[in-house]
Design a protein around this ligand. Sequence first.
Ligand code: FE2
Length: 286
Amino acid sequence: MLECYCDVPDIDFPFTAEDIFGDYELDLFHNNVPVPKEITIAGKVVKWNNWMAGKYAGKDNKEAWEVYQKENIFNGEAVITDTKMKREVWDWMNATFQPNVFQEIWNDGMHSHPPVTILCFSDSTGWHKEGPIDIPNEDTIPKEQGVEYIKRMRAPAVINFRLLGDIDGSVLQFAKPSEKMLQNEKELIDKFFTVRPEESFHTKIVEHNTMNIGATQHWLANETWHNDLTQITEHKGMHNAYIVNLAQWHRVLTNGSPRVAFRVHANTTFTFKQIEQMVEAGKFFK
Ligand SMILES: [Fe+2]
């Protein structure tokens, strides 16, 4: 077991790109329209977090924003907002998975969403990881700073279903970090949690030797650490559904056609290894 991914063919998935996306979204994915500055974009049945605009716009980083606009690439993440679609997705989840394997309904204080994200990559990504992290001195952190949000968003795994994209032409690569890189990651996490101004963890970003961390993931600012990553394996294409270990360093390489996936977030009470064992024992799906 390489503990990177686990293919789960033959799982019923009744939703199509046509059910979920409108014409504007398809134009966005294919870079036919300018990527808006707005961080939140309303889609047909989902709400997009235009995180790349969030990362570059409005900061001192004018140059990065100009490059981003010129390249006009949309990489975004969405949650389902349409009431009918929410219900259909929740019903399908309950009919498909064992009840303890996926997260409860997400509630952001204003709205509820099934624990699903829709991810669009119009271009390749850098190396990053999203899985659970050990939170140092958790009991000393005030509740309002958002530790619960971090725990919820850092699922051990997602069950990944293809909505759009070249079935053969994209690759998800996994890599193992060196000891030095592991140590830096540990220091980065400590820095994130222990150096605490008033700032909420929802928006906070901390950098340590070109490694960055935010609430939902950590990533590399440039190629400094690339020689410290040794590739373990890769998942080629999107031929069937598969479960991804988000706690491994990974990146997506596309061949230029947008890759859009529907991701069910696994319960945070399990490790990826346990999930893999449940799949093998026939205890993951109904
Ligand atoms: Fe990822």
